[in-house]
Design a protein. Structure first.
Length: 265
């Protein structure tokens, strides 16, 4: 009788321990940006997913290569990547012909910029600021995290292994058009400001780009990824202005004729 009671008590304690551990784990996960599930997709799987999307994007849009604009983009991005402390990715930056004022990141650190954005920017530093923001999304794995909130790991792995092309198309739309959450956008902004400083580019360039958007009345256009659910432009402009660089910081200008770059588009 006594041994039976002790056995029952042990079982109850064991169940209680399991439930406590499970509840503790869930609370810890909820505290991590509303449960970040990007860890379920490896870097290799992310790159495979990105390769599929690259083909679709570059079949839909005309890529701009071997001209002044493409050379300028590569010069800007090389400086940003060189300033990264470390990265697990092999970055690839591509310029697409479109009047849209947009830049977006797909899995595997493949970053695209539309020519319309390069036409709007008044300096290469403003383009660098937008790209630094997109690099922030890649490094923080926001793209994968966003997909994991919309789709199951099974669906994502199914796409990688050659699933239904219609599913692939839908996933691509999610990547380009579905917004990041506000916390992710703020993280990408902070990352961008820090990366710009390391690259010898004035962090205020990010704020100047948003001022340009305000001047053109482009705030909160649902078709612009760089704007969707972002913190209000004025707040971001102020954040950029208040960013404190190190005392010995010195901005290094890009060696390019920006007007000729824009004329080549």
């Amino acid at each position: 009788m006594r041994s039976s009671t002790l056995r029952d008590l042990f079982i109850l304690l064991a169940i209680g321990a399991v439930l406590f551990a499970g509840g503790y784990y869930l609370v810890k996960q909820i505290g991590k940006s509303d449960i970040d599930l990007s860890y379920e997709v490896s870097i290799k799987q992310e790159e495979q997913l990105g390769d599929l999307f690259k083909d679709m994007i570059e079949n839909k849009y005309t890529t701009i290569k071997d001209n002044k604009a493409d050379s300028a983009l590569q010069q800007i991005t090389q400086r940003l990547i060189k300033a990264l402390d470390s990265t697990k990715y092999r970055y690839e930056f591509t310029l697409l012909r479109s009047e849209e004022i947009n830049a977006f990141t797909i899995p595997g650190a493949n970053i695209y910029m539309f020519s319309g954005l390069m036409q709007l920017a008044e300096t290469p530093e403003e383009v660098a600021a937008v790209l630094a923001h997109e690099i922030g999304h890649a490094e923080k794995r926001h793209v994968v995290s966003k997909l994991m909130k919309e789709l199951s790991i099974t669906a994502i792995l199914g796409v990688i292994s050659g699933g239904d092309p219609s599913v692939l198309t839908q996933v691509l739309k999610e990547i380009i058009r579905t917004s990041f959450d506000r916390k992710q956008e703020e993280e990408a902004d902070v990352f961008a400001l820090e990366l710009l400083e390391k690259a010898g580019i004035a962090p205020k360039s990010l704020g100047r780009f948003f001022e340009r958007l305000n001047e053109k009345d482009l705030d909160y256009n649902k078709n612009l990824e760089i704007l969707m659910t972002h913190p209000h432009n004025d707040k971001r402009i102020e954040q950029s202005r208040r960013y404190k660089t190190k005392n010995d910081f010195k901005a290094i200008p890009f060696d390019m004729d920006w007007k000729k770059v824009q004329d080549s588009l």
